[in-house]
Design a protein around this ligand. Structure first.
Ligand code: BG6
Length: 474
């Protein structure tokens, strides 16, 4: 048996409520931002509509109907030998509008049942509080996270969740991929993270830093609340980690790549060190950004640092010095000639995973938890209901190999590996079903047609073997 990964290493998989549950109006659930995102594709971004418009398709309404299928789905994960299952709690099941004073019992009960179902098989639930699915009411009535009032509303939601589930859920995360909004030119990213819809006159960058500040304070407050309710809870942050390489060894390219990486990952500095890095404070000053950051906020940040660093890893980026030091993600990325890309253009780079794990360990000295990784790909089911997804196996094998080196040769402290979309689900960026990540195939197309039957892919049997051998048999 492989001794590289520690006892209790959390092998499993990850999903998010809005991408698989469906039942968008069941159990007293309110409308979330995800319920107002239409189907898109890799060339057409999802529309963010103000109401549910006739003639448009909203894939998250039905998703894969996990709301009703979860016993069957969790049983399949147990069959693979999962030790952990990451999902999120849809805020709108607990507080349908986000600003009620009392939670919705039916929503709370759903997650009781789901977590009990996991625990029945010895599967540890790993839970994200906010995963791109905030109540839409908070967008229309408050302007999303551009409003400081959301800090208290989030604290109420977090308190209810910690109090209710602390006996069932030990591992928590506050905000999923809080740093995607670094790309403030992407309407979808800022909407998913912060519930903000920009007007033409808005200073997008400044608004993003303000919203992110409120989220970081809300996160730090949630960490303190969770620890006060139950000191044994492990509460982490969650970052989208895409290491950023300089395209050449030209000193300016190297300097700029560093700044780009600092810009994407300062969120981690605040979560982990409890303070803003010097370069960013200087940046705010030089840009004349007058952000609402109070002394009390800074104390909360200091006292609410996270226990571990959860992250997603799909790809790496590269940049070239653009003549100034202000990283702008929508324009500054260049193609890296040394790596290939997926059908959706995501650069595939297993070595980048090892690089990132080393970078984070040296910088933050915290346990790391891979809570997303995987290949979104087109799958084909044969007449015999088989899915030969060797490309997915290859992707994951290469990444697990690098993960092993990071642990074994570089001394990285790794808690677990939870590949994304362990069961096929709705893509966050495009809304498609055909961008599949799962070990479990769901017979459903982009428009929700299909039998909804679940089938084991080749990768299902492969991953089962990987878990059983603790990563030895790849
Ligand atoms: C991460 C998100 O961005 O990557 C998930 O946390 C998302 O919600 C995943 O689904 C894969 O992205 P996509 O766009 O292929 O679904």
């Amino acid at each position: 048996m492989n001794k590289i990964f520690k006892d209790g290493f959390l092998w499993g998989g990850a999903v998010a409520a809005h991408q698989l549950e469906g039942g968008y109006q069941e159990g007293g659930k309110g409308l979330s931002i995800a319920d107002l995102m239409t189907l898109g594709d890799k060339d057409h971004p999802r529309e963010l509509t103000d109401t549910i418009e006739k003639g448009k398709y909203y894939p998250n309404h039905k998703a894969i109907d996990f709301y009703h299928h979860y016993p069957e789905d969790i049983a399949l994960m147990a069959e693979m030998g999962f030790k952990a299952f990451r999902t999120s709690i849809a805020w709108t099941r607990i507080f349908p509008n986000g600003d009620e004073t009392r939670p919705n019992e039916e929503g709370l009960k759903f997650y009781d049942n789901l977590f009990d179902e996991c625990l029945k098989y010895g599967i540890e639930p790993v839970v994200t509080l906010s995963h791109f699915e905030m109540p839409y009411h908070l967008v229309t009535e408050y302007g999303g996270w551009s409003n400081r009032k959301l800090i208290d509303l989030f604290a109420r939601f977090a308190t209810v969740c910690f109090e209710r589930y602390h006996d069932k859920v030990k591992y928590w995360m506050t905000f999923n991929e809080i740093n995607n909004q670094t790309n403030y030119d992407s309407d979808g990213s800022v909407y998913e993270n912060s519930g903000i819809k920009f007007k033409d006159s808005d200073d997008r960058e400044q608004m993003m830093y303000q919203a992110a500040h409120y989220e970081l304070v809300a996160s730090a407050q949630a960490v303190q609340i969770g620890h006060a309710i139950d000191p044994s809870l492990q509460i982490g942050c969650m970052l989208a980690v895409c290491p950023i390489y300089p395209l050449t060894s030209k000193p300016e390219d190297i300097l700029f790549a560093n700044r780009a990486m600092d810009t994407r990952l300062y969120f981690g500095d605040v979560h982990i060190n409890g303070e803003y890095p010097n370069w960013l404070t200087a940046y705010f000053k030089n840009k004349n950004y007058n952000l609402d950051i109070t002394d009390n906020d800074l104390t909360i940040l200091k006292n609410g640092t996270v226990d571990y660093v959860a992250f997603s890893y799909y790809m790496s980026f590269a940049v070239q010095y653009p003549g100034h030091m202000n990283y702008r993600e929508s324009t500054d990325l260049v193609k890296n000639p040394y790596v290939e890309a997926s059908d959706w253009g995501w650069q595939i780079d297993p070595v980048g995973l090892r690089y990132a794990m080393n970078w984070m360990t040296t910088r933050w000295h915290k346990p790391l938890f891979i809570v997303e990784n995987g290949l979104g790909a087109y799958d084909k089911m044969t007449k015999e209901h088989e899915i030969h997804d060797d490309y997915r196996i290859e992707y994951m094998r290469n990444h697990i190999e690098q993960m092993k080196k990071a642990v074994d040769e570089d001394g990285v402290d790794l808690m677990g590996y939870l590949p994304w979309g362990c069961i096929d689900l709705v893509s966050a960026s495009t809304g498609e079903m055909k961008k599949r990540y799962g070990f479990i195939y769901v017979d459903e197309d982009d428009y929700g047609n299909g039998s909804m039957q679940r089938y084991r892919k080749d990768s299902f049997y492969w991953y089962k073997k990987v878990i059983a051998s603790n990563g030895e048999d790849l």
